[in-house]
Design a protein around this ligand. Sequence first.
Ligand SMILES: NC(=O)c1ccc[n+]([C@@H]2O[C@H](COP(=O)([O-])OP(=O)(O)OC[C@H]3O[C@@H](n4cnc5c(N)ncnc54)[C@H](OP(=O)(O)O)[C@@H]3O)[C@@H](O)[C@H]2O)c1
Length: 378
Amino acid sequence: MKRIAIFGSTGSIGRQALEVIAAFPDRFSAGLLLAGSNAPLLQEQIGRFLPETAGLAFPPAGYARPAVARFLQGPDALEQACELDGYDAALVAVVGVAGLRAVCRLLERGIPVLLANKEALVAGGELVMGLARRTGTPLLPVDSEHSAIFQCLQARGNNAPAKLVLTASGGPFRGLSRQELARVTPDQALRHPNWSMGRKITVDSASMMNKALEVIEAAHLFSMPPERIQVVVHRESIVHSAVEFADGALLAQLGLADMRLPIAYAMSYPERLPLPGRRLDLTALNGLHFERPDEEAFPAVRLGHEALRLGGVAPAALNGANERCVELFLAGKLAFPDIAELAAAAMRRAAGVALTLENALAADAEARAYVQACAKPA
Ligand SMILES: NC(=O)c1ccc[n+]([C@@H]2O[C@H](COP(=O)([O-])OP(=O)(O)OC[C@H]3O[C@@H](n4cnc5c(N)ncnc54)[C@H](OP(=O)(O)O)[C@@H]3O)[C@@H](O)[C@H]2O)c1
């Protein structure tokens, strides 16, 4: 029985992880459930999964402590949870840079991390990977593209990959021009054609900033230089990513768009579980399409490569600026194209500062403040 701690249990990834746990009750249990502010859903999850520990970072006024052996409450609930024992792996599925300190601490303590929170690797890539290596602690990708690459790499033998191909759905605005993108609304950005995800990552998909963050994530996870990571738009979201080898062989992982597969693979690695659900029927497909991203309309897509070349805290600044831009866009206070523009400017301002945890968090805060100061009303 593997006891999983779920950081972000009320979110899109957290809820799907609990579906996997519910489907394999003799394999997994939820040792710890931690959420932000969704008290009713956390309560329901506690009643169903009976964790030893639960926590809520931002409880509503008058919130009554639930019936669990240990309850963590307050903005530092995430950090407190990292200090506990009683679970065998932590699925880090909180959104945003809030995950960075937690991921570092878990790795320092030798607790295997199942990583959905890409922002931690974006903001602190070398730190996170350095800790995983130094402590010999597993860090398994949950992001579907990185899980796909990780799965393909199981067949590598002694061969180093030559190139990584990250696929992107293109989001709800694929095909729109820069002028048309200036008029899109938050509601439109939140309507993803293929995936049902949290609000922040859904906007990142629409701007294609998600792919920039994933390029940085892939570079760190798989020690790949940016020039050997290619982004390809694939609107069907069937090919989840691919790896090219020296002889030209391209290995890809295919499947229906369902995050339960990469979540379950990270939870049970190296074993594959008999997941319930639909299977991909190749004969039912109407073709698979691939094209280059439109970098003119979606300039965010190339910012991951630039951030990696700038190095230091530039990726942390890109990430922090983007997080603030997304908040402002969703609040109707920023035009959609300004997300990429302000994030790029914040990233370039941060160039030249070496990466430490404190520097990354300072660059994150500074980038947010810069966006706030520059943002013009939408
Ligand atoms: N969704 C996907 O399909 C998908 C795919 C690939 C990668 N990812 C990555 O996975 C991460 C989570 O994405 P998501 O779509 O699941 O996001 P989400 O639906 O917005 O969920 C975020 C979760 O984090 C919790 N949370 C936020 N701040 C917290 C804090 N300070 N302390 C404790 N809990 C906190 C939220 O709690 P409340 O809701 O209770 O406030 C919620 O449970 C992101 O980094 C995203 O990029 C997601």
